[in-house]
Write a protein that binds this ligand. Structure first.
Ligand SMILES: *Cc1c(COP(=O)(O)O)cnc(C)c1O
Length: 220
C-alpha cells in the first residue's frame, strides 16, 4: 500500500491539509508516502521536510526544462524508480537531451535570486492591473498561489450583468482571438478567470490587458 498526496493550486478547497501530519498518519500505519508536487518545484525542500518518502516534480513546469520529471527522497525508493531505465519502453524513459536540459535548469535555478524572482512576478501582476485599468463589471485582484508557490495570479471576478458577458463567454472570446489567449478556467462556473503571468514578457502582458479591454467594451 502507498499513500499518494497530490499538491496542486487547483485542488485547494477549504482548510489546507497539513502535509506533515498526513505523512505522520500514514507512517504510523507503516504506509510509505509519495507526494506528487508536479508544479511545486520551488518548494521541494518544504515537501521533503514533511517526511514524505518520495517527492515528484515536473521538470517542464516552472523549471522550464525539457519534458522529464524529478524523483527525490529515500535512496532505496529512488533506486527502484531508476530500475525503469533498464525496463520496457523508449517512450517511458527520459532522453539524454532532456536529462542535460534538466541539469542545466537546476543549475540556473540554484544561481537565481529567489527574492528578485518574486519581485519580478509581483511587478508583472501590478503592470497587468495598471494596463487593464477599470474593466466594466470585472473585479481584478492578485491572489497568492494557494499551494504555496511564491507568486500571485490575477483573478478576474466577472459580474455578468454589469459586464454584459458571462465569464464562460469571456473565456471563449479570449481563446478564439489572434493570438489565442488561454486562461485558467477551473473556477469559471463561479464567474472567475485566473491569469498566470509567470512565463510572460511585458509585451504579452500588455496585449492581454488590451484584448480584455476590447472584448469587455464591445460586450457592454
Ligand atoms: C502538472 C501535474 C501533473 C502532470 O505532470 P507531468 O510532469 O506533466 O506529467 C501531475 N500532478 C500534478 C499535481 C500536476 O500539477
Amino acid at each position: 500500500m502507498t499513500c499518494l498526496l497530490l499538491v496542486s493550486s487547483r485542488l485547494v478547497r477549504g482548510a489546507p491539509v497539513d502535509l506533515a501530519q498526513a505523512v505522520g498518519l500514514a507512517h504510523r500505519r507503516g504506509i510509505p508516502v509519495v507526494i506528487d508536487g508536479a508544479a511545486q518545484d520551488m518548494r521541494l525542500d518544504a515537501l521533503l521536510a514533511t517526511g514524505a518518502d518520495l517527492v515528484l516534480a515536473s521538470a517542464h513546469k516552472y523549471l522550464a526544462a525539457p519534458t522529464a520529471g524529478l524523483v527525490l527522497g529515500r535512496r532505496a525508493l529512488v533506486s527502484a524508480v531508476r530500475a525503469q531505465e533498464k525496463g520496457v519502453g523508449r517512450a517511458m524513459k527520459a532522453t539524454k537531451e532532456a536529462i542535460v536540459g534538466v541539469l542545466k535548469a537546476l543549475e540556473e535555478r540554484a544561481a537565481a535570486d529567489p527574492v528578485a524572482w518574486q519581485r519580478q512576478q509581483d511587478d508583472k501582476v501590478t503592470a497587468f492591473a495598471r494596463q487593464a485599468g477599470e474593466l466594466p463589471g470585472v473585479r481584478l485582484r492578485p491572489v497568492p498561489d494557494p499551494a504555496g508557490m511564491p507568486f500571485s495570479r490575477v483573478a478576474l471576478d466577472v459580474d455578468a450583468a454589469a459586464a454584459g458577458i458571462e465569464a464562460v463567454e469571456l473565456v471563449q472570446r479570449l481563446k478564439s482571438g489572434t493570438p489565442s489567449i488561454r486562461v485558467m478556467e477551473h473556477e469559471v462556473r463561479a464567474g472567475r478567470l485566473l491569469l498566470e503571468l509567470v512565463p510572460l514578457e511585458a509585451a504579452e502582458i500588455a496585449l492581454i490587458a488590451e484584448r480584455l479591454r476590447t472584448v469587455l467594451s464591445g460586450a457592454g
